[in-house]
Design a protein around this ligand. Sequence first.
Ligand SMILES: Cc1cc2nc3c(=O)[nH]c(=O)nc-3n(C[C@H](O)[C@H](O)[C@H](O)COP(=O)(O)OP(=O)(O)OC[C@H]3O[C@@H](n4cnc5c(N)ncnc54)[C@H](O)[C@@H]3O)c2cc1C
Length: 396
Amino acid sequence: MNFAFSDDELAFLQDFQDYLAQEQLRPDAPVIFAPWRETDSWLVDSAERRGFMKRLAQAGYIGMSWDKQYGGQERPGIYDYLLNEELSSKGAPIIGKGVGCIGKTIIGHGSDKLKQAFLPQILAADIEFALGYSEPGAGSDLASLRLRAERRGNEWVLNGQKMWTTSAHFADWYWVAARTDPEAPKHKGISVFLVPMDHVGLTIVEIETMGDHRTNEVFFDNVNIPSEYLVGQENAGWQYVCEALDYERFAIYTVGPLLQRFEALVELVKLTRRNGKPLVEDQVVRSCVAEFACEVETAKMLQRRVIAKATKGDVPTVEAAMFKLYSTQLGRRIANCALDWLGPLGLLKSGAPFAPFDGKWEMSDRATVVDTIGGGASEIQKNIIARRGLGLMIGA
Ligand SMILES: Cc1cc2nc3c(=O)[nH]c(=O)nc-3n(C[C@H](O)[C@H](O)[C@H](O)COP(=O)(O)OP(=O)(O)OC[C@H]3O[C@@H](n4cnc5c(N)ncnc54)[C@H](O)[C@@H]3O)c2cc1C
């Protein structure tokens, strides 16, 4: 298998690296580029982050794979992936939710009115979205979602609850999957809606996660929206949700943060002393780091398999499950090892006096747990590999 990038792709990468090098000279760069931060900066709102995204849009980096008639450049999806890999490796916010998951679904299935209303704003990075899929009792088994949408004349009225909605507290629009036909089989009675995030009847309640990542519960109390905010066909929402998840697997899961974490671990070994001796002289530590080096390379190759399959037009479900499972669990083990090697001081939080590496590893140990849950828990990835990859169907 040839994983090499083409000349065009490499030239694009070089241009984008040059662009980012200029961005890194700006006075607000430390807020945007933070490779040691565990929580991606797209998860918090700031004027600097919004400004960065707007400049990215003006420079033509948003919507590269969209059709030209919608303002895109019709470049293959690999360019979105290269862009995100470069952004994430510098600790900058990545693109995807608006331009990928939502924009592509509106292009594929939305009415002309939705296209006119949303696509230019997405291309210009003028609006932020939150994704409302999960609910209490509907996370891994997403098709069991119960938030109800009932048609009343020219409106839809939404009642129920969403869970774990990241960025609900600052997004402008809410992309919501709701049950429109409770009698139909569960995959067939779901529709997708766009709801203004400041709509009367929506209540947003903060949930702090152990990874310092704020997410939210959102309650719907008679939220009535015009019928034009139904996306595509009524009861076809499951298809749209699955298509958006395919995009997410391709462009949003980057390997950069894992590579950075490993590089930071190597730094830790070089700079730390235990029991009066440099850690680098400890044979067990050396052997462990060497094994991690091989495993990080394996993660990189697993991710390249996702890209290789997706660029051929196939859906890389099993490959993506392997990469997510392997890379998130490896990230967890690296963080855990670092804490072991730092000893008790390693548990001090960022800002505490004597916290080694300003508490990076204490934070990393918590954040890497969250990585194994969001976007599909590890057990679900294993189910996908067993069922779809190996044909191990239960009850077959
Ligand atoms: C920080 C964070 C941000 C998130 N952001 C969003 C967001 O913006 N929008 C959104 O819609 N969702 C979001 N999620 C939700 C995320 O997708 C779900 O948490 C995830 O899919 C797991 O669902 P759950 O929490 O309901 O756990 P459950 O599905 O209840 O799972 C609990 C445990 O049981 C295991 N399990 C479940 N089913 C099986 C099975 N069949 N076989 C074996 N084991 C199983 C799971 O692996 C897990 O360990 C976010 C989650 C987190 C943690």
